[in-house]
Design a protein around this ligand. Structure first.
Ligand code: 6R9
Length: 635
């Protein structure tokens, strides 16, 4: 019996039980039957959760790109691997076949080698959603270089911090990027970032907007001439199962971003398996995930998961509102998309517009629709299900994280009955548990608690780049020996999970994880600011928006508060990126703090929400009087 594809609900339970009783047998069979290995593993797994040490497919040898591309060539070399849909609908879409992709990636990998990149070197990729982005990622993986894709909406100082954290040797960027009607000066941002990045030796620049840019002699080169010259014969590097594949940064509870490290074999097996089962991908389907490859969703479900399954995957450069609000639906129609995977924030934004935008298109090609990034509220769920899915496509609400590599809790299309706002059941291999405040597991159903996972799965991140101690402390110490997700969840009467949101200092704005600490650090650097605290509050499109409480320095120099608020937002935009701007800023004379000096954010959250009903226990506050002041001054 093969475990790779689950065919029905009964089989799901069977596979699930097998994966829990005999995880090693379960995953080794999947790994061995569905991938090409230079050498299979000696031992399926090894772990010590209290030390946060996890290994999968120990001593196996593999190259993920051989599995994404080379092994498909004999049977489907002419099949489209990537459909590139440009920002401007009048520019022709590109259909990149598996043969084309093989050649482009091979050439690019030789360019990297010629420029001195070797196995284990870090390469920062700061590109818009153009084919060069996919090709660069895969070229790194082909030669064993560790890619660190930085979302091309991050500011110079955010890129700089990420480049320096992992000492990248090279940056791959472009002369610019298109975003709706705007163009973005990516090379200018890189130039600014690189004034302070000693590790970077080379910058390769793809052409996209033909903008005038500076090329620094000895450092910067145009990519295309190098690719034209390069050979398309590139031997893939033989990688150890646990060699790092990539680093991807995510926000944390301190100002420093966490470079999550994913390794080769476990990530490969897990993304391929989850892609196949959650979306029920069949040959000839056209899969479209609207995320950016700068986020984990793009890594796992635009590139690796689909390509590992020999699928056709759509890569869209633009935004849902350009040239108008029907762009997504037009693209589905144009490319006959069968699986569509997007974020609740996009659904809510589109649901606000006239219904004609979506009703104009029959969307008959669609078979499955998916949601990811944050909890999907009931209203958005129904709008998406009724108007996009036509009430006939299963809506899979997929819960997972940068750290988990792939989807952990989700319905499987056509198999698991869906329930609005519920991610539903864990995938095989995943053992979710809910913990109470006393740090004990709460058993049974109809309960709510902090969501932990009690046994490793192949796709889990292995460490934080350069800081294993932080990895251990962030994920494995709150509930010793368990992986703590940072999310709260409830389990209903039949065992379905509903994710209720973050229980830590991360706010999800339009599907982007924003740690409050780095934003506070950025605000506090403004010369007028003494201290600040950020919380999330409900927003009908973004899900959550940011509310900042700011204490000014005494000097009194800054009397024009409207301007000051603008300056603070500009400061955030420069330090982190426009996504982290505050929707509301309230100037206060103090913040509610405990005797140990911790800001009591739960009170600020309630004030930001306009809910003064129950502040809970405030007896540990050092300055309870401040609560009334803030409440009365609420904007
Ligand atoms: C894949 C991704 C992770 C956080 C996660 C949770 C939230 C993601 C969700 C969801 C409810 C879903 N989240 N999917 N919450 N339902 N279907 O988004 O990774 O950017 O690291 O964010 O996103 O709070 O902890 P990442």
């Amino acid at each position: 019996m093969s475990y790779y594809k689950i065919e029905n609900l009964e089989q799901y339970f069977k596979h699930y039980n097998k994966s829990i009783r005999e995880p090693r047998k379960f995953w080794s069979k999947i790994a061995s039957e569905n991938f090409t290995w230079y050498q299979e593993c000696e031992k399926v797994m090894e772990f010590d959760m209290s030390e946060a040490k996890i290994k999968w497919f120990v001593d196996a040898k593999v190259n993920i790109v051989k599995n994404c591309i080379d092994r498909h060539l004999a049977r489907k070399g002419d099949k489209t691997a990537i459909i590139f849909e440009p920002n401007n609908p009048n520019e022709e879409a590109q259909h990149i076949s598996y043969n084309d992709l093989y050649i482009s990636v091979s050439k690019m990998s030789n360019v990297l080698r010629e420029q001195g990149i070797k196995k284990g070197d870090r390469v920062c990729i700061y590109l818009p959603m153009i084919p060069e982005l996919a090709i660069s990622v895969l070229a790194c993986a082909r030669i064993g270089a560790i890619h660190s894709v930085v979302f091309a909406g991050f500011s110079a100082s955010a890129v700089e911090a990420r480049i320096n954290d992992s000492a990248c040797k090279m940056v791959i960027t472009s002369d610019g990027g298109y975003r709706g009607e705007k163009t973005i000066d990516l090379k200018g941002i890189i130039d600014e970032a690189l004034t302070n990045c000693p590790s970077v030796e080379k910058v390769l620049v793809a052409k996209r907007t033909n903008a005038e840019i500076n090329m620094k002699e000895g450092r910067d080169q145009w990519l295309q001439p190098l690719v034209d010259e390069a050979s398309d014969n590139s031997v893939a590097e033989i990688m150890d199962a646990e060699d790092p594949l990539f680093i991807l940064y995510t926000s944390g509870s301190t100002g420093k971003p966490k470079g999550m490290v994913h390794t080769t074999a476990g990530y490969m097996v897990y993304t391929a398996y989850t892609f196949k089962n959650v979306f029920s991908y069949e040959e000839n389907d056209v899969f479209w995930c609207t995320a950016d490859i700068g986020w984990i969703t793009g890594h796992s479900y635009i590139l690796y998961g689909p390509l590992l399954n020999g699928a056709t995957t759509v890569m869209f450069e633009g935004i849902p509102s350009y040239p108008d609000f029907s762009r997504f639906w037009e693209i589905i129609e144009k490319h006959k998309v069968t699986q569509f995977y997007t974020a609740p924030t996009a659904v809510r934004a589109l649901a606000k517009e006239k219904l004609e935008y979506v009703l104009k298109f029959p969307l008959k090609s669609l078979k499955v629709i998916g949601s990811v990034g944050e909890p999907i509220n009931e209203e958005a769920w129904h709008w998406y299900n009724d108007h996009v899915g036509g009430k006939r496509c299963p809506l899979v609400d997929t819960w997972w994280q940068t750290e988990t590599g792939g989807i952990l809790i989700s319905a499987l299309a056509f198999i698991t009955p869906t329930k609005p706002t519920y991610a539903s059941l864990p995938l095989p291999g995943i053992q979710p548990i809910l913990m109470n405040e006393k740090r004990n597991e709460i058993e049974g159903n109809q309960i709510e608690g902090s969501l932990c996972i009690k046994f490793p799965w192949p796709g889990i991140a292995r460490t934080i780049w350069g800081d294993h101690q932080r990895y251990k402390e962030t994920y494995f110490t709150a509930f010793p020996g368990k992986y703590f997700t940072g999310d709260g969840a409830l389990r209903d009467e039949v065992g379905y999970y509903r994710i209720t949101g973050r229980v830590d200092d991360v706010v999800i704005v339009s599907g982007h994880n924003l740690g409050t600490a780095p934003i506070e650090d950025a605000i506090n650097e403004h010369p007028a600011v003494a201290e600040s605290a950020i919380v999330g509050f409900p927003h009908d499109v973004k899900g959550k928006a940011l509310y900042g409480f700011v204490i000014l320095k005494e000097s009194g120099e800054y009397r024009d508060r409207t301007n000051l608020a603008k300056e603070i937002n500009q400061h955030i935009s420069d330090h982190i990126g426009p996504i982290a701007k505050l929707d509301k800023i309230q100037f206060v004379s103090g913040l509610p703090k405990t005797r140990s000096g911790k800001i009591m954010r739960r009170i600020l959250r309630k004030i930001a929400e306009g809910d003064y009903s129950n502040f809970g226990d405030t007896s540990t506050l050092l300055n309870p009087e401040i609560v009334d002041e803030i409440k009365e001054g609420r904007l």
